[in-house]
Design a protein around this ligand. Structure first.
Ligand SMILES: Cc1cc2nc3c(=O)[nH]c(=O)nc-3n(C[C@H](O)[C@H](O)[C@H](O)COP(=O)(O)OP(=O)(O)OC[C@H]3O[C@@H](n4cnc5c(N)ncnc54)[C@H](O)[C@@H]3O)c2cc1C
Length: 379
């Protein structure tokens, strides 16, 4: 796939692969066992500029493209989808939105420290009864003088328990449906803002998914992001970039699972020969390699379209849908090729298998991606 990258992109890929091998891969299993947000991972990625990769340099970032962000997501996920998810939520979802829709003052106050990795961000859209269908949102924002008063709760918020600030979506009037949704920044320590249940998850156990509670939280007008009623548009446009990141996570996980399967199948001997010489195993590897390449191509296409400023909602939904499916399928086949050893926690394939499932769920389930693609095809 390198042939599709420019020389600077290939260089970034090589640098990140070395960094991930040295700093992330050796810790990934231990972070997973701890079952809490791996804050050290956030600090490590901050030290190489990944917390602000796509943010312009004048706002504390690296000025990278969405292709750069995709490359980073793939390389991180080759070692840990949890770490890729921490970064994707912080930079792709929260910072991406704050930079694009924030005014100059908000960029200085929120984007600069977050891009430098001094502050961790989360993105809070989902509620217990409003997720695939966001119009059912019940978290409210009521205007009082020059403040907004927020009440409600969000659930499953990645980075939520450790985040210094949250990009929050609330409705100014439930009767307005999508047209009432508005975006705000709520900072940690604001009275009435607290963390509720922290989920115990199947996979990506080194990132956290938390409930966030808002009980008469006073937010200054200066923390309103974009116009009143434009929150839905903001949330969805950010999600397109988030989906590119999740597609990258799928490609990264699947290619690591494929590499592990190829290496193991050459080493493991049964019936007097390496198991890769059995046609049944080879055909699995062939299918896996073909799926991984196709997932890579779809993700690259979506990133190039995005960087050219073209519409890419359909293409990124296709990339996310296919990459998530590929990650699930390739992780399952790779574990099968590893036999009983693959089922044990001694090898990372057991973690890849658990981590793959989330890719079909967050940032829009696979069914929701099909809705997006279907509407685009039929429009
Ligand atoms: C680990 C984790 C981290 C997360 N991080 C964040 C975060 O940082 N910020 C955030 O805001 N959210 C986050 N989420 C929430 C995530 O985006 C939602 O879980 C996801 O959108 C699905 O919502 P739901 O779980 O309520 O399922 P539901 O919306 O209740 O869907 C249930 C099932 O119905 C299907 N379905 C729904 N509508 C349709 C339809 N029209 N046609 C066909 N099928 C349909 C779905 O595909 C799914 O299979 C996270 C979730 C998890 C598990």
């Amino acid at each position: 796939m390198d042939i599709l990258l420019t020389e600077p992109e290939r260089m970034l890929q090589r640098q990140l692969r070395d960094f991930v091998q040295a700093e992330i891969a050796p810790c990934a299993d231990e972070w997973d066992r701890r079952n809490e947000l791996a804050y050290e991972a956030f600090q490590k990625v901050a030290s190489v500029g990944l917390t602000g990769l796509t943010v312009p340099e004048e706002y504390g970032g690296q000025g990278g493209s969405l292709m750069d962000a995709l490359i980073a997501s793939i390389e991180l996920a080759r070692a840990s989808v949890s770490v890729a998810s921490i970064v994707g939520t912080h930079m792709g979802l929260a910072l991406g939105g704050l930079y694009r829709y924030g005014n100059e003052d908000q960029r200085r106050r929120f984007v600069v420290p977050a891009a430098k990795g001094e502050r961790l961000c989360s993105y809070a859209l989902t509620e217990h009864d409003a997720s695939s269908d966001i119009s059912r949102m019940t978290t409210t924002a009521r205007r009082e003088g020059d403040e907004w008063i927020i009440n409600g709760a969000k659930c499953f918020i990645s980075n939520g328990d450790r985040a210094d600030m949250v990009l929050l979506f609330a409705t100014v009037d439930k009767q307005l449906g999508n047209k009432g949704i508005t975006a705000f920044v709520v900072e940690k320590g604001t009275p009435g803002f607290s963390v509720g249940k922290i989920e115990d998850k199947l996979g990506i156990r080194a990132e956290s998914a938390a409930e966030l509670m808002f009980d008469d939280v006073h937010v200054p007008m200066e923390n309103q992001i974009g116009e009143v009623g434009k929150g839905m548009r903001i949330a969805l446009s950010i999600l397109d970039e988030g989906r590119l990141d999740v597609a990258g996570q799928g490609v990264g996980l699947a290619s690591a699972a494929l590499d592990a399967a190829v290496a193991y199948s050459k080493e493991r001997q049964q019936f007097g020969q390496p198991i890769c010489e059995f046609q049944g195993i080879q055909w699995m590897l062939v299918d896996m390699a073909t799926q991984v390449d196709a997932a890579w191509l779809l993700a690259y296409r979506a990133a190039r379209l995005a960087d050219q400023g073209q519409r890419f909602s359909k293409e990124v939904a296709q990339a996310k849908l296919f990459a998530a499916n590929t990650a699930m399928d390739v992780a399952r086949k790779s574990l099968q090729i590893h036999g009983g050893y693959g089922y044990m926690k001694d090898l990372p394939i057991e973690r890849f298998y658990r981590d793959a499932k989330i890719l079909e769920i967050y940032e829009g389930t696979s069914e929701v991606q099909k809705l997006v693609i279907g509407r685009a095809i039929l429009s």
